[in-house]
Design a protein around this ligand. Sequence first.
Ligand SMILES: *Cc1c(COP(=O)(O)O)cnc(C)c1O
Length: 467
Amino acid sequence: MKYQSTRGEAPILEFGDVLLAGLAEDGGLYVPLELPEIGSADLRAFADLPYTEVATRVLTPFVAPSIDEDSLGRMVEEAYGSFRHPDVVPIKDLPAGGEIDHHIVELHWGPTFSFKDVALQLLGRLFEYELERRATSITIVGATSGDTGSAAIEACRDREGVELVMLHPRGRVSEVQRRQMTTVASANIHNVSIDGTFDDCQDLVKAMFAHSAFRQQYRLAAVNSINWARIAAQTVYYFTTGTQLGGGERKTSFCVPTGNFGNVLAGYIAGRMGLPVDRLIIASNHNDMLTRTYLSGLMEIRQVIPSTSPAMDIQVSSNFERLLFDLSDRDSTWLRTAMQDFRGNGELPLRESLIAGLRNVFDAGRASESDVEETIADLHSATGQFVDPHTAVAVSVARRLEPGKSPIAIMSTAHPAKFGAVVEDATGVAPVQPEEIKDLFGRAERCADLPNELSAIMEFVSSVAIA
Ligand SMILES: *Cc1c(COP(=O)(O)O)cnc(C)c1O
């Protein structure tokens, strides 16, 4: 398989190169030239196969020819062996045994209790494999609104040939999220808190990648969902969920708490590969840029307002570019100027055909902070179940939709204990904290506080990178 940039001016690459490159040289995002197809016989078989088997079958074509199937299979087994649930990604009815066809897909059984582990546990191993094969090293630079950071750190700590610098917006991640990052004592892990928002952090990372001399000198690599390997790894649970709920024939809808658009994009890709998908529902909190775009056809940047679901406090969702690329029939010439205009003006009107394409597959809704609180409280009193605020955004949006013909799989992206304070405020009851989270509070933290300035971050990166 070969990969091209959405902006059409970067070299065509194989998986191993794309894995290490992250963002393309022209500022675009890598996507496969052609998607593999999963046939109906495979889909029917998937419903009964273990998660790791489906993962290996779905991902093999994406990683070929860089990585062979046996090596991939070994990495998949190791990555998902670190999960605390035997099904890796279990599905529960909502409400338990209830009459409405809503299901909760628990993506949070990995080492750091968020769905980010699903992709990153595999990514850390893919990096190590590829670096050993090439006898080289990289400096991973990432931005996190909370969960990517800890999941990336957990996946990359002490890995050979990897230094990791993780930027987070100071004071805008939860205490558990911060401690999950800053208490890791490994020498190859470097935390930085930035005086700014998540979008500022993401812009700093993008600007650093756009600086090609710097990027080459320190062999910068990305773990954000601009890295295609993450999107590919996330398609797997759409296949396992869709085939378990629909037997590989009946369509499933997915309701996804959305920030950077990586999770829901993976659902779109799974659909393009042959999974019967009905609706993909983009669920936003009050930072609802995507929902507004869906309704009005105008992409428009506004201020980020902090919420109780910080992983979704985003106005510019990087992966939306991959969708626009596909919806525009891969028109990289248009996309290149459109994305520059968008950056310059803070807005981009989408043409009719794109809006129609978007509405054809997606649906969108927003949940306010009080919707989130009510949903958490209501679910708890009705079923005894706790959900975290991100998941509650999706449950709230799904419940307000016109009922459709297909089951709705609601993606639960974080363990409730990770956002225990919000859950306790809503329900009056604190969710039980797993030992791994309790332990964090007694440990020393390590983090550099830096201003929102590219030069300061670049200096820091050069001081820790492997020369
Ligand atoms: C990252 C994250 C999201 C948003 O996912 P995207 O792929 O960025 O849209 C939602 N919920 C939680 C808990 C997350 O960590």
